[in-house]
Design a protein around this ligand. Sequence first.
Ligand SMILES: [Zn+2]
Length: 390
Amino acid sequence: MRLSALPFSLVLTLISGQSLASDLATKAQQLAQQKLIIDTHIDVPYRLHEDWEDVTQATKRGEFDYPRAKAGGLNAPFMSIYIPSSYEKNGGGYQFANQLIDGMEALVARAPDKFAMAYHSNDLAEQFTQGKISLALGMENGTPIEGKLENLQHFYDRGIRYITLTHSESNHIADSSYDLRRQWKGLSPFGKKLVTAMNNTGVMIDISHVSDAAFYQVVELSKAPVIASHSSLRAFVPGFERNMDDKMIKALAKNGGVIQINFGSAFIVQAANQWGLQRDAAFKASGQTDKDAFTAEYKKQQPYPFASLEKVLDHIDYVVKLVGIDYVGIGSDFDGVGDSLPEQLKDVSMYPNLIKGLLERGYSEQDIEKVLSGNLLRVWRAVEDYAAKH
Ligand SMILES: [Zn+2]
């Protein structure tokens, strides 16, 4: 007798726990292909700048390429136009940002059947039906604005749809969470003007990387919802200001914004975060100059304490319990956090594992869709609508 000839409830009692799990895996694969998946932080542009590969084909290195993105059901990566903090002092940020954007346009031009630039929230669904992966652009570090509001318009015209106000050091816009100098005590006077200009232009404000004071000033000033494009929770990594604490998440939810969870182990578990700090201290003490070589040796003595997929799911659960299902999404930081990604979340082919984990935790399809794209789309549309009226 075929199982399909039996009533569904009887089938459920007949099949083992193992096959239930494989049913969920199948369901997760289907959902990954059916639902829109937006990941708000993937560092492909800078990765290719440093070590070019053709990501329209399978690549040996890195965490993103077309075949893996397709396998994982990724529809819309926000490609990070990442500008290192050194450009603030040394200049050249405007130039470099334009070159990284050129690189993404060239990628689309080489494979127009696979990729398309996304300039509007509606482009995503349309390009999805055409079977193309939408490349949206986020700028990580406002340094290329170079104190000129006309540069904001320039980068908007080139496709930038969010700007992370700072990176690892304070800049002319805001203080950074990693930088103990708090020269502006939050936003600079120009940074305050920029927040208003971003609202009026239709560029999402990204508060990942800023200091707490800057965050509160942004949510106070912004007339539209804001995002944290790739941050996780301080509740699991106490004292790590790069993540958000409960009070900030409540303020973000009140603003209608969304936190997009970073998968990097140092953002997810305390042990991995501490490992990084201890490695940094040991590197400094060693007097060596090649940090990658030092790290490779250090790892042999001190194995890296990777986070697990379950811990990433704990971060999502925590936000949901704190403020509800409408304020959390994903911002993996693929190609940006080195060899620190959890097992089962190693690259863009693995979103189905995350979806399976959400199914196992009892999330409905509707709720899963919110996490995968719905919440971020709501914010993007609100930002577009506000700009259209101003
Ligand atoms: Zn970052």
